[in-house]
Ligand binder design. Sequence first.
Ligand code: SF4
Length: 652
Amino acid sequence: MSLWPLLEPLLAKVQKPARYIGCEDGSQSPQHHPSQVSWLLAYPDTYEIGLPNQGLQILYEILNERPDAVAERTYAPWSDLEALLREHQIPLFSVDTHQAAGQFDLLAFNLSAELTYTNVLNMIDLAGVPVRSADRLPSHPIIGAGGHCTFNPEPLADFLDFVVLGDGEEAVGEITAVVRDWKAGGRGPGSREQVLRALAQVDGVYVPSLYEATFADDLLTSITPRFVDVPAQVEKRTIADLAEWPYPRQQLVPLTEVVHDRLNVEVFRGCTRGCRFCQAGMITRPVRERPADQVRTMISEGLRRTGYDEVALTSLSTADFSGIEEVVRDTVNDPSCGSQISVSLPSLRVDAFTVGIAGEIQKARRTGLTFAPEAGTWRMRQVINKLIREEDLYSAVRSAYSQGWRRMKLYFLTGLPTETDEDTLGIARLARNVVAIGKEYHKNPSVTISVGGFVPKPFTPFQWFGQNTREELARKIFLLRDDLRRDHGVKLKWHDPKATSAEGLVSRGDRRLGAVIEDVWRHGGTFQEWSEHFDFDLWLAALERAGLTLEQFVYRHRTEHEVHPWDHLSAGLHKDFLWQDWRDALDELGLEDCRWTPCYDCGACTGYGIEHVVASAVAPAGGSQGTGQDLATGGEVPVTLLSSKPIAVAAR
Ligand code: SF4
C-alpha cells in the first residue's frame, strides 16, 4: 500500500520536498508480488548525497531485472520530515512507490562513511523494526549492508543481520535465492535464525550474530563461529570481468540538485598504486578495467539518454586507465554526445596527468582541477607511498595552467605516521609554489588546499598506527593556518579534528562500540557527518557510560600480533604483506606500482586466481618516464610521470 496520500500533505512543510517524491528519469515503479523478494536499498544520508551512489544504483537495476526480485530506494529523511513522520506515526518509506519500509523482505544499507552509522539505527527504527537484530521476529525485514565500511562491520554487529564484503553484483542474486526459499517456507516461528544460517553459506556474506567475540584485559582476543557450518573466515566477493556488468544502464536523473550531478561511468575497479593510507585501494584490488569500447558506448548512450552535459570517468585513479586519452578525445569529438560536453576525471594522480590529458579536457568546458599530493614533503610521501616528486606536481599544474585552468584544489592529510612540523609546513610551501607557477600564466590564480585529519583504516598497512589526538591535529592545522596567513591566493580548508576522532573511533572499533553508537543515536545524534549536527560531546558521554575510552580505540598503537576486529574477514590481502609494508613505511621505503614490477604477492590476485585485468597492460615508455603531446604548441614535451631520481624501494 502506498503511503503517498499520508505523505503528500506533509511535504509542503519541509525543506526540499523533491527529496521524497521519486519520479526521476531512470527510476522504477515495480509491482510487488508475494513470490518475489523485495529489497529496499537504503543510503543512510540525505537524498542529495545518496542518490548519485553508483553501488546502490547498480544493485537497483540488477535486482529489478531479476524475475524473482523487486528493488526500491530510500534515503535518510532530514530532521524536519523525521519529526513529522514520528508525529503522524508514518514509517520510513521507499521513494519509488512510497511503500512502508517494514513491508520489504530486506532493508540493505550502503555504508560509505562511519559517521552515518547513527542514521542507520534511526532508519531501522523509523521503519518500525527493532534496532537490535536479536529482538527481530521472522515478520521483520532482514537488515543488511554493503560498501567499503563493511570491511570492519563489528561496531554494527548488534544491529545488522548480515553484511556483504566486496562486489555485490553476484552476491545479491544468491541472497535473493536464500530469502526466496525462506519466504516460500512460510517464515514460521524460529525461522529467522535458519535464514541467517543459510545466508552465512553465501560467499562473501558475514552474519555477525553467528560469531562469538571474546576479550581479555580489555583487548579482543578472538572472533569465532558459534556453529561448525559457519565459516571461520569470510572472503570478500570479487567480480573478475567488469565488461559483464555494464551498469548502471539507466542512471537516475534527479529532479533536484544532488552532489556529482552528472553522468558517471566507472572505468575500472581496484588500484595497485599502493598508497598506504588508502583503504579503498587496498580492499578493491586487483585492478579490473572496463574495455574502452564499452566505456565509449556507456558515455554516448548515457549522455543521449540523460541529457547531461558532463560526464565523470570514475575509478580510484582515473588517469591510470589505459585508454584515457583516447576515450576523452572521442567523447569530446563525438557529435552525438553534444557540442559542449565537459569531462571530469575526479581521481587524478599528479604523476599521470599529462599535457595530453589536459589538452583533451580543456577542449570541452573547463571544470576545476583537483590533485591529491596528500603530503607536503618527499620524505612523508615515501612513508605513505604516494611516490610523487614535487616536480611531478609542478609539471601537472603547469600543464593545466598552460591549458587555461586558473583554479586548482589540492588535497592533503595531516596526522600521518612519523609526520613532523617540517612535513606539515611543507603543505604550505607546495601551495605557495603552485600559486607562483599560476602567476606565470594568469593574473590571479587561486589554490584551495583542503586538509583532512588522517584516520587509519582496516586492511591497510597503517591499521597498526595510533591516530593523532584531536589536540595534536588541531595544533598542526593552526600551524599551517598561521604560516599561510599572509598568502593571498591560497585558501585553507580543514576537517574538524573532533569529527576525525569520532570517525577513528568507529573505523577500528569492535562490537563493544555498538553500545556507544546506540547511545549517541538515542540522545539525538543523527547526521553526524554534517558539521551543523555533529556533536562530539554526545560521543564522549556515550563512551564514558559504556566504560570505554578514545585512547583504547583511536590513539593507541597496535602491536604486531594483536587481534583486529576484522581478522576473521578477508579482503584478499595477506596480513604479513601489510605488516611488512608498515615496517617499510617507517623505514621511508616506497613500493612501486605492481603493474610495472614483479608481483609482491599481496594476495589480492593470487588468492582469487585473477590476473590484473588491464585493457592495455603496457608500461609507460622508458619505465617511469612518459611523453605527452603538448597540444598548445604542437610540440613534444617530456612529462615526468614518476621520478627521474632513484626512489628508495623496498626489496620483497
Ligand atoms: S597480488 Fe601481486 S600483482 Fe596482484 S595486486 Fe598484489 S602485488 Fe599486485
